[in-house]
Design a protein around this ligand. Structure first.
Ligand SMILES: C[S@@+](CC[C@H](N)C(=O)[O-])C[C@H]1O[C@@H](n2cnc3c(N)ncnc32)[C@H](O)[C@@H]1O
Length: 162
């Protein structure tokens, strides 16, 4: 795909259909909710699977790169941002670049990133994986990434995304 990533890690929880799970907005009491918490989407599946995914990823990264390596990761289709902030906290040696193609998810990711205060999780980029890498924002070059992470996108996507 033009990026010499060293690892592509895709997690598909086929038994779970996240688009059917309740999607809610944190801070339902609008009188006290800030704009940031209104943007923050909460989905049940990522809350449930973020730690199991972290544990698998921890093993995979440790085996492939060694336990203490500083790594650069791009997450495509980050969705709400629940995974990436958790990964940022649990795998602090990895610098995480979240992304998605939908505005509502970009706003949600931003809100999670700001709230977490994590220095190793960047603001999200709008990336449509159907587009060529040369058109992605962020200037990804041949050596810029160690890992591309994708969680629960492939099974809900049309063939061009694959
Ligand atoms: C089922 S959600 C999964 C989100 C998140 N990874 C998770 O597991 O909670 C699918 C995600 O894929 C994104 N998506 C679908 N088609 C895409 C594309 N062509 N490029 C980038 N993201 C895409 C959607 O915007 C959505 O955030």
């Amino acid at each position: 795909m033009g990026v010499r990533h060293r690892l592509f890690f895709s997690w598909q929880t086929l038994a779970i259909l996240p688009h059917r799970l309740p999607i809610g907005v944190a801070g339902q009491r609008r009188s006290v909710a800030s704009k940031m918490s209104e943007a923050k989407l909460v989905i049940e599946a990522p809350e449930r699977n973020k730690e199991p995914i972290t544990l698998v990823l921890q093993d995979v990264l440790s085996e492939k790169f060694g336990a203490d390596s500083s790594l650069k990761a791009l997450e495509v289709a980050s969705g709400t941002g629940q995974h990436v902030v958790h990964l940022g906290q649990r795998l602090p040696k990895v610098s995480w670049q979240p992304s998605d193609m939908e505005e509502k998810y970009l706003a949600s990711i931003s809100a999670y990133v700001k709230e977490s205060g994590a220095k190793n999780v960047l603001d999200p980029l709008m990336i449509d994986v159907c587009k060529p890498v040369s058109e992605w924002p962020g200037k990804f070059s041949a050596a810029s990434l160690d890992l591309i992470l994708n969680i629960n996108m492939v099974h809900i996507s049309p063939w061009p995304v694959h």
